[in-house]
Design a protein around this ligand. Structure first.
Ligand SMILES: CC(=O)SCCNC(=O)CCNC(=O)[C@H](O)C(C)(C)COP(=O)(O)OP(=O)(O)OC[C@H]1O[C@@H](n2cnc3c(N)ncnc32)[C@H](O)[C@@H]1OP(=O)(O)O
Ligand SMILES: CC(C)C(=O)C(=O)O
Length: 524
């Protein structure tokens, strides 16, 4: 039996008690099926969680069956079942956890004045009697009994000490002092644990536990403070799932202790490389998305978009990361390309995509990337490929689009006014067409004084979404020669115009006449 199971004190080790399947499931909407619970339990067990609280057996037959199933399934962890300070609850919890290799009955009763007066409708003396009787009952069923003082952090310390003393005397092996409503602040939480541990007879024979809620966003800070104050078990959940604003997040506690071992010299048994997978499993099972900026397991926890950070990351990852992504089971850091990215990251991205551009081409591509990122929320690799290919394919173009205005009217004409640059000279044209693209292509033909035959015109989305770049392809034929043009732009009409121009430029190069004809046509 492990130290956690027997209640042996251990000054260095912090036991991880996961309550995702019990308190986590109390989140509105987070109900899990039996299969999902087993999947979560397996992930927790493989990860090295010391105690898995599998449910509240008296709550329903389904909860009872789930605790039994988890108890039978789990190979290493202690499996706990929750029970109120009511004989029937304790008997039912005992019945469920007896199937575990190591079972624990976790019984609790309120101790704060507000709970005693309004929820329990009991006096302090009555609750003391209940503690003695119910903990003794549980201890008769198993040698592994946890007792919790519900709303401990709003309980006067003298009364709390009397409760704890009686629970220890009645046979509790773990004493949990929950911050049930997330009211504590770290300094007073640490002091509460220190004070109770110092003054209660027998405190050295049990393990003290913290169970913190996140109503003020302090659950993890309070849990760590409790450890400083002498707690050696921390109750937490994957992704911080739990009642109201949630419980302390397991992954945050584990990584805080690991990353700041210099300041907090306590070890857990958790294999941290499993954290990311466990987060995904719980998120899917509970149907609870993980917020992007969630510490440790959020999508952005190891992602960098700003140029200065990306530059630092490329030089040395420790400039902006205090943990490696691998240490929590994430394959690698992501440098997200966006409007805040700089040249260092852009160059690195180009290299990754297989491009080595000369300095001028690079600077031009970077400028186009910045322009694109200003207009587009997500710049994907495919966008950058399209942008660079487009740039490379049109670098020698002598006829370029300078400006274009298209007016379309339902059931009416479509008008295109455009300005081209031909060998650096401005040329204007206007055309009414039967559609926007028709108007654009005809305006271009008018401006360049050529009338190639349109063989193909196609537009694809480079990526998904309404802000995706459009990749336009045009194939033209003139006097038996064929030339293709491509362009990618967030605006489909601009992409179409640029693809058409790109093909016109190539037709001219291929004809060996360069832009001579166009220049002449335009001049006449
Ligand atoms: C802080 C926590 O997370 S505590 C755990 C909270 N989790 C849950 O409540 C989930 C599961 N709960 C349930 O399924 C149900 O509430 C049950 C089965 C436990 C009880 O259902 P019901 O018998 O219908 O009671 P109900 O939920 O309406 O009220 C709770 C009763 O438990 C009593 N109670 C609450 N905590 C305790 C306790 N620790 N010890 C003894 N009695 C308690 C309340 O005073 C109330 O009793 P009353 O009906 O005599 O006033
Ligand atoms: C039952 C106890 C441990 C609890 O969940 C709480 O006080 O928040």
């Amino acid at each position: 039996m492990s130290a956690a199971a027997t209640g042996t004190s251990n000054t260095e080790r912090v036991f991880i008690f996961d309550t995702t399947l019990r308190d986590g499931e109390q989140s509105p909407g987070a109900t899990m099926t039996l299969d999902e619970k087993l999947q979560v339990a397996e992930a927790l067990d493989e990860m090295g969680v010391d105690i898995i609280e599998a449910g509240f057996p008296i709550a329903s037959n389904g909860d009872f069956e789930a605790v039994v199933a988890v108890a039978k399934h789990v190979k290493n962890a202690v499996v706990a079942g929750l029970a109120r300070a009511i004989p029937a609850d304790i008997a039912r919890a005992g019945e469920a956890v007896r199937h575990a290799r190591q079972g624990r009955i976790h019984t609790f009763v309120s101790t704060s004045p507000i709970h005693l007066a309004h929820q329990m409708k009991k006096t302090e003396e009555q609750v003391l009697e209940i503690i003695s009787a119910t903990v003794a009952q549980a201890r008769n069923l198993t040698d592994n009994v946890e007792w919790s003082a519900m709303d401990a952090t709003r309980t006067p310390i003298d009364y709390l000490a009397r409760c704890v003393e009686l629970a220890i005397r009645a046979g509790a092996t773990t004493i949990n002092l929950p911050d049930t409503v997330g009211y504590a602040v770290p300094e007073e939480h640490e002091a509460m644990f220190r004070s109770i541990i110092e003054r209660v007879p027998g405190a050295d024979t049990v393990i003290f536990s913290a169970h913190c809620h996140n109503d003020l966003g302090l659950a993890v800070a309070n849990s760590l403070a409790a450890v400083r104050g002498g707690a050696r078990q921390v109750e937490c959940t994957i992704n911080g799932l739990g009642e109201r604003a949630g419980n302390a997040a397991l992954e945050e506690i584990v990584m805080a202790l690991r990353t700041r071992a210099d300041a907090m010299p306590y070890a857990t048994n958790i294999e941290s490389t499993h954290l990311s997978r466990a987060s995904r499993i719980v998120s899917a099972a509970a149907n609870f998305p993980v917020q992007y900026n969630k510490a440790i397991v959020g999508k952005n926890a190891f992602a960098h978009e700003s140029g200065i950070h990306q530059d630092g990351m490329l030089k040395n990852a420790q400039t902006y990361e205090i943990m490696t992504p691998e240490s929590v089971g994430i394959k690698e850091t992501t440098l997200v390309m966006g409007k805040h990215s700089g040249r260092a990251a852009f160059k690195d991205k180009l290299r990754e995509l297989g491009y080595e551009l000369g300095e001028n081409a690079f600077q031009e591509a970077f400028q186009r990337f910045k322009d694109l990122a200003d207009r587009k929320k997500h710049v994907y690799d495919a966008d950058i490929v399209a942008l660079v290919d487009d740039e490379a394919g049109s670098v020698d173009d002598r006829i370029r689009l300078v400006d274009m205005e298209v007016v379309s009217k339902t059931g009416g004409m479509h008008r295109c006014d455009l300005v081209l640059s031909v060998d650096g000279r401005e040329v204007r044209a206007s055309f009414d067409g039967t559609g926007s693209v028709d108007a654009i292509f005809n305006a271009i033909k008018q401006a360049v004084g050529k009338d190639p035959h349109l063989v193909l015109y196609a537009v694809d989305g480079v990526t998904g979404g309404t802000d995706a770049q459009a990749s336009a392809h045009v194939r033209l034929e003139m006097n038996g020669r064929i030339a293709s043009g491509n362009a990618a732009e967030p605006d489909t009409l601009v992409a179409s115009a640029r693809a058409y121009l790109n093909a016109v430029n190539r037709l001219m190069i291929e004809r060996g006449a360069a832009a001579q004809g166009a220049t002449e046509a335009v001049a006449s």
